[in-house]
Design a protein around this ligand. Structure first.
Ligand SMILES: Nc1nc2c(ncn2[C@@H]2O[C@H](COP(=O)(O)OP(=O)(O)OP(=O)(O)O)[C@@H](O)[C@H]2O)c(=O)[nH]1
Ligand SMILES: [Mg+2]
Length: 262
């Protein structure tokens, strides 16, 4: 019975931006399908897909534009971030240059995108660094609001599996320091001074991926977006292609296995 009760649904246009190969498509794949692929192809142009996210009193339908990070596609970006209510700007924690690129995207968004756009800065591939030690929560803590768990619980288990053979925290930390090029504190401080949400995440393990979208959904000023009635059971998901190639093959009409917000 409760499944038929109409609930408010809002569509949110969200764009992913960031240097090539930082894991934008992988984060989307994790969020929408709970899956990860070691051998992804670079995105050409952009890919479009949707995923729903349930909050306490509404359903948020994310319309996600996963853009190509290669420089030759840069000029297309305004088409995708125009009128976007949210942006996820991704860098790779093992590549400091990718944070610089992320900062450039943030600047561009702040100059040219919606004034109210909610921007999340995401340091991806944290599985390659100290998240494989005993304290993943320390590493991947979101900057804003409390973490309500949900989609993340299983992924933490994955990480603990990874961590089990670790000889000692100090040895693991030493190894991870070699790989990490962007200290959490540095990126977090930048995010704070720029008014961004901040997360470290892993598309590979799923760590913090659901939280990114949940926090964005909670932060968007919905008063400015008109709600559309729907039913709570409308969980089917469809992906659609842009005019460009859709390099992220997320499988049309497939149900999300896990991940996502709902
Ligand atoms: N270890 C690890 N590898 C990752 C992670 N996310 C993505 N990768 C790998 O990084 C590579 C690039 O991932 P993509 O998702 O295609 O990167 P992208 O940002 O979409 O790249 P473009 O489409 O070219 O802009 C692939 O080999 C992925 O398997 C992660 O969280 N951890
Ligand atoms: Mg991609």
């Amino acid at each position: 019975m409760s499944e038929e009760i109409p609930v408010k649904a809002v569509q949110v246009k969200l764009v992913l931006l960031g240097e090539a190969a930082v894991g934008k498509s992988s984060l989307v794949l994790r969020f929408c399908q709970g899956d990860f692929n070691e051998n992804t192809s670079p995105t050409i142009g952009a890919a479009f897909l949707t995923q729903k996210c349930r909050l306490e009193n509404r359903i948020v339908k994310f319309e996600i534009w996963d853009t190509a990070g290669q420089e030759r596609f840069h000029s297309l970006a305004p088409m995708y971030y125009r009128n976007a209510q949210a942006a996820v700007v991704v860098y790779d924690v093992t590549k400091s240059a990718s944070l610089e690129k992320a900062k450039a995207w943030v600047k561009e968004l702040q100059r040219q995108a919606n004034a109210n756009i909610v921007i999340a800065l995401v340091g991806n591939k944290v599985d390659l660094v100290s998240s494989s030690t005993a304290s993943p929560a320390e590493v991947a803590k979101p900057k804003v609001a409390e973490n309500e768990g949900g989609a993340d619980a299983e992924e933490n288990e994955d990480q603990e599996d990874d961590a089990s053979p670790s000889p000692s925290p100090s040895a693991a930390e030493e190894a991870s320091d070699d790989v990490r090029q962007v200290p959490t504190a540095e990126a977090e401080a930048y995010a704070k001074e720029s008014g961004l949400l901040f997360f470290e995440a892993s598309a590979k393990t799923g760590h913090n991926v659901g939280e990114i979208f949940t926090e964005i959904a909670k932060t968007i000023p919905f008063d400015t977006i008109s709600p559309k009635p729907t039913t709570a059971q409308s969980g089917n998901r469809r992906s659609a292609n842009t005019n460009e190639n859709n390099n992220v093959n997320l499988g049309e009409n497939q149900q999300a296995k896990k991940g996502g917000c709902c």
